[in-house]
Unconditional design. Structure first.
Length: 361
C-alpha cells in the first residue's frame, strides 16, 4: 500500500512539474523576445541622442542567454489532511492530496562590446546598392531613399549637415519630392525598380512604363529629355553629360544615418549653447531653416525633464528623458528600418573581446 501511495504521489508531482514547465516555455520566450527587442531599440535611440550631443555611438551586442531553472514541489497542509479522522466531518475522505509545484527561471544575459577595425569599417562604409534594393523592396521607396541616400544626380539630401562648419542648408525638399513621387509612381506601376548591372558594377534600374511618368521623372532629376530607362549607380562620374540617363547615386554609411537622424532630437537653448549644437542654418532663400525639419515624417525624438508615462521607447541621458511617443508611426517605422540596416551592415560581425555577463533580476 505504501508503494502505491508513493507512486501516486510521484505521479502527481511529475504531472504538476511537467505542466508548470510547459506552461512557462512560451511565456518565457515571449518575455525574452520583448525585453531584448526593447533593449536593442533603446540602444539605437541612445546612439542617436549621443551623436546629437557630438559623442560617438557605442554598441553592445547580446552574446548569449542562459537560464537557471528551479523546481520546488510540496503539499499544502499535508499534516492536517492525510491524518484527518474520517469521522471528523461527515462525507470527508480519509485523505486528500494537494500537491504544489513552483517553477522559477533566473536568466543570465551575456553582453559583448562591438568594437574593432572591422566593425568601424562596417559603420563607416556606404550602403551598397544591393542592400539598398532589398530595403526599398521591403519598406518603401521614399523612407529608404530619404534615410540612406545623400545624393541622386543634382539632388542633394542635406548631405552637408554633418559638417559642423557649414552654415547653409541645401534644398533637400527637391530630393524629398523626387523620393515621394518615385514611390507614388512605383505604387501605380508607372515605374518598375529593378536590380541591374552597369559596367559589371551593381546598379538600380528605373524602367518607366509611360511617357507621362518619364516626363515627370526627367523634370524632377533636371534632365534635358525624358528616358524610359534610367540607371542609378555609384560607379559613374557625377557630371557625365554624355550619358544623361546614367546618374550617380551616393549612399550614406550607418554612422551618417545616425548623424542625419540626430537632427530629429528636440533641444533646448541651454543645451545648444552648452554642447555647441547647431539646430538652425541658412536656407537657399536666405531665410532661417530649422534642422529638425529635415527629419519630418521620419523621426521625432522628444525631450522632457520628467520620465514620460507612456512612450514606445525612452532613455535617460544628460539628466533628461528622450523618448518616442506610442502614436508616432513614422518613428516606429524608422526604428525598424534602422535595426534592419544595422543587421545588414554589421550583423555578421563577430567580436572577439572580453564578455560581460549580467544576471537578470
Amino acid at each position: 500500500m505504501r508503494k502505491f501511495y508513493g507512486m501516486l504521489l510521484c505521479g502527481f508531482l511529475l504531472n504538476g512539474c511537467s505542466t508548470a514547465f510547459l506552461a512557462k516555455i512560451d511565456k518565457t520566450r515571449s518575455d525574452y523576445n520583448e525585453s531584448l527587442a526593447s533593449s536593442e531599440d533603446s540602444q539605437f535611440l541612445m546612439n542617436i541622442v549621443r551623436v546629437h550631443y557630438g559623442f560617438s555611438p557605442y554598441f553592445v551586442g547580446v552574446d548569449s542567454i542562459t537560464s537557471q531553472s528551479t523546481v520546488k514541489a510540496g503539499f499544502d497542509n499535508v499534516e492536517n489532511r492525510v491524518f484527518q479522522s474520517p469521522n471528523a466531518v461527515s462525507g470527508t475522505p480519509f485523505w486528500s492530496l494537494s500537491p504544489g509545484v513552483s517553477y522559477t527561471i533566473s536568466p543570465v544575459v551575456t553582453y559583448s562590446p562591438v568594437q574593432g577595425s572591422k566593425f568601424v569599417s562596417a559603420l563607416l562604409s556606404p550602403i551598397d546598392l544591393k542592400k539598398l534594393f532589398l530595403l526599398e523592396r521591403s519598406l518603401g521607396v521614399s523612407t529608404v531613399l530619404r534615410l540612406t541616400v545623400d545624393q541622386i544626380g543634382v539632388l542633394d539630401n542635406a548631405s552637408n549637415i554633418r559638417n559642423t562648419k557649414t552654415n547653409k542648408l541645401p534644398d533637400y525638399q527637391e530630393f524629398n519630392t523626387f523620393a515621394n513621387t518615385l514611390e507614388e509612381l512605383d505604387d501605380n506601376d508607372d515605374v518598375n525598380i529593378e536590380m541591374a548591372n552597369y559596367e559589371d558594377n551593381p546598379a538600380i534600374l528605373l524602367y518607366i512604363n509611360n511617357d507621362m511618368a518619364a516626363a515627370k521623372v526627367a523634370t524632377l532629376l533636371h534632365l534635358h529629355q525624358p528616358y524610359k530607362k534610367i540607371i542609378l549607380t555609384m560607379f559613374v562620374l557625377k557630371h557625365d553629360s554624355e550619358k544623361e540617363n546614367i546618374i550617380h547615386i551616393q549612399t550614406r554609411s550607418y554612422f551618417n544615418i545616425l548623424q542625419f537622424l540626430s537632427k530629429g532630437v528636440e533641444t533646448s537653448g541651454s543645451d545648444n549653447q552648452k554642447y555647441g549644437i547647431k539646430n538652425r542654418l541658412i536656407n537657399q532663400n536666405g531665410g532661417v531653416a530649422n534642422l529638425k525639419d529635415i527629419t519630418h515624417s521620419l523621426i521625432d525624438i522628444k525631450v522632457s525633464d520628467n520620465e514620460p508615462d507612456e512612450a514606445l521607447l525612452k532613455i535617460n541621458y544628460q539628466s533628461k528623458w528622450y523618448y518616442i511617443t506610442n502614436n508616432d508611426n513614422y518613428s516606429k517605422s524608422t526604428i525598424v528600418l534602422l535595426r534592419l540596416i544595422y543587421s545588414l551592415l554589421i550583423g555578421e560581425y563577430q567580436p572577439n573581446l572580453p564578455l560581460l555577463t549580467i544576471p537578470v533580476k
